[in-house]
Write a protein that binds this ligand. Structure first.
Ligand SMILES: C[S@@+](CC[C@H](N)C(=O)[O-])C[C@H]1O[C@@H](n2cnc3c(N)ncnc32)[C@H](O)[C@@H]1O
Length: 220
């Protein structure tokens, strides 16, 4: 699943036709509980699920995984050059790092020539609206161009959650600076079957403004 709209890889085929995944080495970045890696393994791929959070990987272990789980920072991947055919990330790592180009360069390094990296992030336009599912989430309340990160702190003032804002142009430039060619930029439309509300996500908003941006990138 690429994002809360519900676009899944079976439908989207952004990593290629599912039958071509068989035997491919695939790195999932910011894997969380490794849902994507689990699906990839079911297709016959050889996934590796990477996340910086030990706790998330414990969830992956508890649910069950027949593939390696790696606890590491996406900006310093513990793999040799050219280890993977494909890489993917559904809202993993890239929204949360201050220097996304470092991550993109690392992903490029560990991909084989011709390798593809597909990643999804919150669509940058959402930054300009309150994160509310109802009508209050439809009026612009902040500048789209404001790159100040969203930060939540604990009682001692330590940052416990940080999300960085990049405009669409910033993200395209990051992809290019990371050494990739941008093949497609998918903005999934809200499907009629999805009637669920979750956080700021809802059919009302989803029908009017994009929620996810999926970058399909290839290296030479
Ligand atoms: C919103 S969750 C997405 C999880 C999963 N991809 C999914 O679709 O449910 C973001 C994940 O990225 C991980 N993450 C954040 N920064 C990271 C980094 N620098 N390196 C690796 N993982 C990171 C978090 O620990 C978290 O598990």
């Amino acid at each position: 699943m690429w994002g809360p709209e519900g676009l899944d890889e079976v439908e989207a085929e952004l990593l290629g036709p599912p039958e071509d995944l068989k035997g491919k080495d695939v790195l999932e970045i910011g894997a969380g509980a490794a849902q994507c890696a689990r699906w990839l393994a079911e297709q016959g791929a050889r996934p590796v699920a990477l996340d910086i959070s030990h706790r998330q990987l414990q969830h992956a272990l508890r649910i069950g995984s027949s593939f390696p789980l790696v606890c590491a920072d996406a900006g310093a991947l513990p793999f040799a050059d050219g280890s993977f055919d494909l890489a993917c990330s559904a809202y993993g790592a890239l929204p949360f790092v201050a220097e996304p180009v470092l991550v993109l360069k690392e992903v490029r390094r560990v991909l084989r020539p011709g390798g593809r990296f597909v990643f999804s992030v919150t669509h940058p336009i959402r930054w300009a609206f309150p994160d509310e599912p109802g009508p209050e989430g439809l009026s612009v309340s902040a500048s789209y161009f404001d790159r100040t990160p969203y930060v939540e702190q604990d009682e001692e003032g330590r940052a416990v959650y940080v999300e960085h804002h990049r405009t669409i142009g910033d993200r395209v430039r990051d992809v290019v600076a990371g050494g990739f060619r941008l093949v497609d930029l998918v903005e999934p439309e809200w499907p009629v079957w999805n009637t669920s509300e979750w956080g700021g996500w809802s059919p009302l908003r989803g029908n009017l403004i994009p929620g996810s941006a999926i970058f399909v990138c290839e290296r030479d």
